[in-house]
Design a protein around this ligand. Sequence first.
Ligand code: ADP
Length: 163
Amino acid sequence: MVRVLYPGSFNPITKGHRQIINQASELFDEVVVAVMCNPNKPTGMFTIDERVAMIKELYKDVDNVKVVSSTGATVDVAKENDCKIIIRGIRNYTDYDFESGMQQINYEISNGEVRTVILFADKEYQHISSSIVRELFNIGKDFSDYVDPLVKEKMMVKKLGGK
Ligand code: ADP
């Protein structure tokens, strides 16, 4: 049984993230999506609970995708969930530089127990990021191609001041 952890901010979850989760759910027995509170990233758009609820809704029919949240260290979340593998996605060289350093740190601070596996989204989704989606939203441009209709709907509700 190979269970993997896919940590991220998912603020909001994009079609790029979705591709990584879908690939991981086909390749491994179970995927634990971990919505992480990253103090170095701007609060973004949705609260942790809202992000968890949205991802759960999107994967309600997929048995091997689970969603958790944490403010702790990724390797601790991996261990708590019995995951020896962290999944990360790479879009470009900037992501590569960051992830190659991060995977080494995570390997070391987990005492060699947690490895990182990199997946790539298909070409048409590789350029998508949550920050670009938020930017398009803020300047009033269409971002429907980059997120699921459910996510777009929740964003529009936020704009109108709803919950
Ligand atoms: P972002 O960097 O968009 O705020 P997250 O912190 O939520 O995203 O990212 C979680 C993981 O998903 C990271 O490893 C990130 O590189 C990866 N990822 C995000 N978008 C894509 C994409 N379009 N293609 C491949 N990987 C992606």
